[in-house]
Design a protein around this ligand. Structure first.
Ligand code: GRF
Length: 192
C-alpha cells in the first residue's frame, strides 16, 4: 500500500492536526502526515508536530507583498514535501482561487458547524443565539467559495440548555477529532 503524503496547514493549537497525526500512526492508515505549515510562528501545533519528527514551516503572510506571493510560497513548501493532499486544520486565512484550484479535489477542511449552516466564524455562538437544538462539524472539500465545497463527513451533537460557546465547542471538538481522520482516510482511498 502506498500511503498518500499529507501537508497540514494550521494557525494555532492544532488539536485536529494532532488527531490526524495519531490516526496516521496505524500501519494500515492510507495517509501519512509529512509536513505542518503555520501562518503563525507561535502556533502551538508547530511544536507538537516537530516533537513527532514531522517537518514544519512557518510563513507569515504579512512578510509577503501580496497574498498570491504568500500562497505561491506555501505551494512551494508543500511541493518540497511532495504532498498529495492538503488538510486545513484551523488555518485562519482565506485562500485565493489560484491556490484552491491548484489543490482542487485534494484539499479538505474541518469546519465547526453542520454546513451549509453557519459558514464563517463564531459558529457556536451563532447556533446558540438561534436556539438551535443540534450543531456539529463538517469535513468538506475546499472550493473557492468559503465553506462551500462538497461534504465528506458530518457529525452532530446536541445543543444543551445552558450551553456557552465554550461548552458547545468542546462537545463539537470531540467529534472533529473523530471525523477528520475518517474523512482523510476516505479521501486518501478515493485518490488514484
Ligand atoms: C476547530 O474548531 C476547527 O473546526 C476550526 O478551527 C478550530 C481549530 O482547532 N476550523 P485546532 O487548531 O484544530 O485545535
Amino acid at each position: 500500500m502506498s500511503r498518500k503524503k499529507v501537508g497540514v496547514l494550521i494557525s494555532g493549537r492544532g488539536s485536529n492536526m494532532s488527531a490526524l497525526i495519531e490516526a496516521a500512526k496505524a500501519p494500515d492508515y492510507p495517509a501519512e502526515i509529512v509536513g505542518v505549515l503555520s501562518n503563525r510562528a507561535s502556533a502551538v501545533g508547530l511544536q507538537v508536530a516537530a516533537a513527532e519528527g514531522i517537518a514544519t514551516a512557518s510563513l507569515a503572510q504579512s512578510k509577503f507583498l501580496s497574498r498570491d506571493m504568500f500562497e505561491d510560497t506555501v505551494t512551494q513548501v508543500l511541493e518540497s514535501w511532495e504532498v498529495d493532499i492538503v488538510c486545513l486544520a484551523g488555518f485562519m486565512r482565506i485562500l485565493g482561487e489560484d491556490f484552491v484550484n491548484r489543490w482542487a479535489g485534494r484539499m479538505i477542511n474541518i469546519h465547526p458547524s453542520l454546513l451549509p449552516l453557519y459558514k464563517g466564524l463564531d459558529t457556536h455562538a451563532r447556533a446558540i443565539a438561534d436556539g438551535a437544538t443540534e450543531h456539529g462539524c463538517t469535513v468538506h472539500y475546499v472550493t473557492p467559495g468559503l465553506d462551500e465545497g462538497e461534504a465528506i463527513l458530518q457529525a452532530k451533537v446536541p445543543v444543551l440548555a445552558g450551553d456557552t460557546p465554550e461548552t458547545l465547542s468542546t462537545r463539537v471538538l470531540v467529534e472533529e477529532h473523530r471525523i477528520y481522520p475518517e474523512a482523510l482516510k476516505i479521501l486518501a482511498n478515493r485518490l488514484p
